[in-house]
Design a protein around this ligand. Sequence first.
Ligand SMILES: *Cc1c(COP(=O)(O)O)cnc(C)c1O
Length: 341
Amino acid sequence: MGGTVDLRSDTVTQPTDRMREAMATARVGDDVFREDPTVAELEGFAARMVGHPAGLFCASGTMANLVAVLTHCRRGDAVLADAEAHVLHYEAGGMSVLAGAFPQPLRTGDGHPTLEELEAAVGPPDVHRPPARLVWLENTHNRAGGVAYRPDRTAAVARWAHARGLRVHLDGARLFNAAVALGVAAADLAAPVDSVMVSLSKGLSAPAGSVLCGSEAFVEEARRWRKALGGGMRQVGVLAAAGLVALREMVDRLWEDHRRARVLAEGLAEIPGVEVDPDRVQTNIVLARVADAPGVVERLRAHGVLALALDARTIRFVTHRHVDDGGVERAVRAMRAAVAG
Ligand SMILES: *Cc1c(COP(=O)(O)O)cnc(C)c1O
């Protein structure tokens, strides 16, 4: 039978042996004094990968996103984000609670706003509305099912926003999944925006951390906001060392997770009572529609397969380094049994 097949999230990935070695031998210093060479190396390396001048190591993606809002927005500014964006569902409302920003959810066709959708949401200046300040993009889009959006769409939104004096932040927790799936460089997807966050602790398997990238001036101000949030850490090169291994060694294998997600989707699509569109599966996330998602997830657990119920009818499966071909087969068999009751 083997152990549990954990498809809840790619965040469950364990650090690799190479990461643990790098952590044990990392040169470190007090990073609040800017004296940690490993953190500096990670920040520079990540920034180059996404086509920006500077980077800031943050404890989590949630912190990096919040620091971005604090840096771009003043109290009362509106942040325009797809209604299904991670930041609106899973980040404890930090942009309102802590940054005083107003989240303006957009009903978008496919998770990435079009210029028409943005135009309609912003409208002419009006005393009734909080002024739009920041356009929020997510690539890949988590709740849309790991959808990857092509570089021309991001570039078009950035051009539109900049022409109106607005800024653009890209939540790129899984930006490298998008780059691998589309066969483009991460910088092609991220260079046009004003700031971008990439996670080291999802499929890239580092134990913790995200990097927030942007201009030198943006990162300088972001560094102060990170400090205000309690995110100024000291000999944190021990974590950055794992992050460097993540960026250097773990990006190129993401295609394997994508291939297995596709195989999983094709297997699930054949089960009566499960609705999946394998053609929508571009990266490592598979969404399956069933009659009773929490019930099915509970029965899956009894078969040693873990997944997440996103809502009453949707189950999310995420493939990653610890799920092999056998694990995918087991998940399909377990779903067949779990859906049958
Ligand atoms: C996981 C995730 C985050 C938040 O990252 P944490 O490190 O879990 O705080 C933000 N955005 C997206 C799209 C994510 O998937």
